[in-house]
Design a protein around this ligand. Structure first.
Ligand SMILES: Cc1ncc(COP(=O)(O)O)c(C=O)c1O
Length: 344
C-alpha cells in the first residue's frame, strides 16, 4: 500500500545506509570521538559558514529539544512557544519533566506572531511567576508553514532586545529550506538564531539530530549534560557516519529537494482535483480536508495521518512526502482520490 503517513516511515536513504555498511567493520572510538563524527561536525560548520559553532549529535527530536532547552534555561525559567508548537503538544511534557514550563502563546498558522511575542515579553512578571527565558520556534512549523527571512529577522531582534536565546527546531529543516517559497539558506538560519537543530531522522537518516550552537557557545560540559540525560550513545558512530554522509556532496539538500519536488507534484494534483486545504503549507506536509466518507473510502488503499476533525462531517488528514516517495506513488494517490471524489 502506498504511504504518505509521514516522512519517517522509510529506513535510511541508500547513500546513508551504504556508508553505515561500508564502515561497519571498522573499530572506532566511542561516544562521538570517532573520525566520522569529527568530520560530520566540520562539514556542518563549513556549510553554515561558522567555524566557531559547537555541534553535537543525539538520536531523537524530543531528546534534542529537551536537552537544548533544559541546559540553556536558568532555574525556574520557561520557554516561550506557540500553542501548537511541538514541545507544547507532542512531546509528552518532556520539557516540563525537566522543571521548566512551556509558556504557550497564540500563534498564526503554527508561527509566532512578532507583535504577540513582544506583547508577551513586555508584560510584567514578578518573582512568583515563571520568567520567559528563551523562545522556541520550529522551521517548518507543526503545520508545515515557514518563516520568511524578514519574519525571522524581526523575531530574532525581539529575542535580542529581551536578552533571551532563540532556538529553532529544525526536525524538518531541509524541507523548510528547499521548498519553492523559501527565501533563506542554512547560513542565514544559522546567523538568525542562537541554536538550531538539523533533523536527520526525517531527512534520510535512520535516526539522529544535530544540535548546532551558532550564535552562542554550548553550555559548559555539554557532553556530560547529554550523558546525564541518557542521550550519549556509546556507538556515537551511528550518528557521525550518517551525518557525515548527509553532508557529503550535498546529500542533505539533494534529499530535501527531491522531497520538496514530490510535495509540489502532490499539492498541484490535489489543487487540480479541487481539494481544500486546512492550511497553506509550502513544505512536504500537506493538510487536505475531506468528507469523512472520502477518508473512509481511501483507507485501506493509502496510508495517511489523521490530523483533526474539521466539523460538518469533514476531517483534516496529513499527507507527507519523504525521501522514498516516487512520482508513481503520487500518481497512484491522485488516481485513487480522483475516482473516490468523482463517485462520492
Ligand atoms: C518539529 C518536530 N520537532 C521534534 C519532533 C520530535 O521528534 P522525535 O519523534 O524523534 O522525538 C518532531 C516529530 O515529529 C517534530 O515534528
Amino acid at each position: 500500500m502506498i504511504s504518505f503517513e509521514s516522512d519517517y516511515v522509510s529506513g535510511a536513504h541508500p547513500e546513508v545506509l551504504k556508508r553505515l555498511v561500508e564502515t561497519n567493520f571498522e573499530s572506532l572510538p566511542g561516544y562521538g570521538d570517532d573520525k566520522y563524527t569529527v568530520s560530520a561536525r566540520e562539514k556542518i560548520k563549513t556549510v553554515i559558514g561558522k567555524p566557531e559553532a559547537d555541534v553535537f549529535f543525539v538520536s531523537g527530536g524530543t531528546q534534542v529539544n529537551q536537552l537544548v532547552i533544559s541546559t540553556l534555561l536558568d532555574d525556574g525559567d520557561g520557554v516561550v512557544a506557540v500553542k501548537s508548537g511541538h514541545i507544547n503538544v507532542h512531546e509528552s511534557g518532556a520539557i516540563e519533566f525537566t522543571g521548566h514550563k512551556v509558556l504557550a502563546i497564540d500563534g498564526k498558522d503554527g508561527k509566532i506572531v512578532p507583535e504577540k511575542l513582544s506583547e508577551y515579553l513586555e508584560s510584567d512578571y514578578d518573582d512568583h511567576m515563571v520568567r520567559p527565558g528563551m523562545l522556541y520556534i520550529s522551521h517548518p512549523t507543526e503545520y508545515g508553514t515557514i518563516y520568511s527571512k524578514k519574519e525571522l529577522c524581526e523575531i530574532y531582534g525581539i529575542c535580542k532586545k529581551h536578552s533571551i536565546p532563540l532556538f529553532i527546531d529544525g526536525a524538518r529543516l531541509g524541507y523548510g529550506l528547499s521548498c519553492s517559497k523559501s527565501d533563506m539558506d542554512i547560513k542565514e538560519i544559522a546567523s538568525m538564531c542562537d541554536v538550531f537543530t538539523i533533523g536527520g531522522t526525517k531527512v534520510g537518516a535512520l535516526c539522529g539530530e544535530a544540535a548546532v550552537f551558532s550564535g552562542i557557545r554550548a553550555p559548559e560540559r555539554f557532553i556530560a549534560k547529554i550523558k546525564q540525560r541518557g542521550g550519549l550513545m556509546a556507538k556515537g558512530r551511528v550518528l557521525g557516519v550518517q551525518f557525515d554522509a548527509l553532508f557529503t556532496d550535498g546529500l542533505y539538500f539533494r534529499i530535501s529537494e527531491h522531497v520538496a519536488g514530490m510535495a509540489d507534484m502532490l499539492r498541484n494534483g490535489l489543487i487540480k482535483l479541487g481539494v481544500e486545504f486546512f492550511v497553506d503549507s509550502p513544505t512536504n506536509q500537506l493538510f487536505p480536508v475531506f468528507d469523512d466518507s472520502v477518508i473512509e473510502k481511501i483507507s485501506g488503499k493509502v496510508k495517511y495521518s489523521f490530523w483533526e476533525k474539521a466539523g460538518h462531517g469533514r476531517s483534516v488528514v496529513r499527507f507527507a512526502t519523504g525521501w522514498a516517495t516516487e512520482k508513481e506513488d503520487i500518481e497512484e494517490l491522485l488516481t485513487i482520490l480522483n475516482k473516490v471524489l468523482k463517485n462520492d
